[in-house]
Design a protein around this ligand. Structure first.
Ligand code: HEM
Length: 79
């Protein structure tokens, strides 16, 4: 869900960016510069990225807790 939001807000901020955003250097997704719309999607993109980082950190800490405090051999199943 959050990853989908990253992709959608990333594309939408590119659509309204002041300079052309070329995906892999070939596909230009910029339609026209609109500062206010760009700022909205830029804000969503930045906030979602921080939330994603927090969730990834919690996920890692929870895996370590299950492995070393609860002594469940869960890391072995991940590799
Ligand atoms: C899972 C997918 C993605 C992740 C995790 C991600 C992550 C990030 C992060 C962490 C930043 C820096 C945000 C900040 O200002 O603090 C960023 C910036 C940016 N992203 Fe993404 N991104 C994703 C997908 C996309 C996609 C699909 C596009 C467009 C095709 C895109 C276009 C951009 C652009 C143009 C910036 C620069 C914005 C600026 O300079 O203010 N991103 N992205």
């Amino acid at each position: 869900m959050l990853v989908a939001l990253m992709v959608i807000s990333g594309i939408l901020q590119g659509v309204f960016f002041e300079q052309d955003v070329n995906i892999f250097g070939v596909l230009n997704i910029t339609v026209g510069h609109n500062a206010s719309l760009m700022l909205v999607f830029n804000w969503i993109h930045a906030v979602a990225s921080k939330l994603l980082l927090v969730l990834i950190a919690i996920h890692v800490l929870a895996a370590l807790k299950h492995q070393f405090i609860d002594k469940q051999p869960l890391l072995r199943r991940m590799f």
